[in-house]
Unconditional design. Sequence first.
Length: 381
Amino acid sequence: MKQVYLDNAATTQLRPEVIERMTEVLKNNFGNASSTHSFGRASKALLEQCRKNIAKYFNASAAEIVFTSGGTEADNLALRSAVRDLGITEIITSRIEHHAVLHTIEQLQKEYSIKLSYVNLDDCGLVDYDHLQELLQNADKALVSLMHINNEIGNILDIERVASLCKKHEALFHSDCVQSVGHFKLDMKSTPIDFFAASAHKFHGPKGVGFCYVRKESGLKPLIFGGEQERGYRAGTESIHNIVGMDEALKIAYEKIDAEKKHISGLKTHFIKQLKENIEGVNFNGGCENSIKSTYTLVNVCLPIALEKAPMLQFQLDLKGIACSKGSACQSGSSQQSHVLSAILDEDRLKRPSVRFSFSTFNTKEELNYVVDVLKDFVNS
């Protein structure tokens, strides 16, 4: 059976170079980085070199990179500490953030009675920046949390504009950059973000490792207590082989970022064109059809399928060897409607099945043609 993996927004396959580097470290650098003997010092040196390497891609200092278990922990670290330790009394966000942000904020509201405000979105789910400015003008001790790239519909936030607005109104700015790191360049010197989250498995690195960017002198306090690892920000023995794998994956991502963007953008353009030509009535959710307003890495497709057939779509795609998602991977096993699509689509569109296809450098146009043929057959059957 043909196998086509188009769920790269959920996770990506490891690059061969990353596997090789991680295997080498697993064999030779097994010392605890907190130990003072030679084995520990070797691991510590490797750890700090990775921190320096990663920091330079964002024009940041090594001290601003805190290694975590992934994006969810990084989001929790920034948001919880901002409320608990930095005096934040209001959080401004949107209704289409990742649940790592939304559920954390909702819990903080219960625990600390903070004010929670949602910025308006247009019909495509794009942020109303005038409304954001209005919210900031009326806010006291605020933090804005808006994701750079939406993981379901691919909308791109004007992150520089939001950072500038936050600075103007003396608000903190946190961004979930899990879908953008490794695919888009971020410069912390020119873009005054206070905190952002990243996860290695979104850019062909290992699962279970990521980092939180924490701007110097932010006053952030730890979420996990124990030892003094990560300069006291995050207790627990560092996973050296995973951190090295993340460093290697990010290095390759930056070396190939322009060439791979060109390739993947071509795939997305081709896929949209083929869908329009072969499936009458196909629609695209959010801003994902727009190459300026949306990331080049994914498309969210609403298909003209009869309601009684809709529950079978994902099953049929899987039978044909096609991996994709009806929303974020966290939601794809759930019968609940996507909270992102629920926030932007009308009732008629919500009744029709929507599928997220997300691409990587390992995909080909031939694979996409096969997927279009499968979808066409299903729609017309």
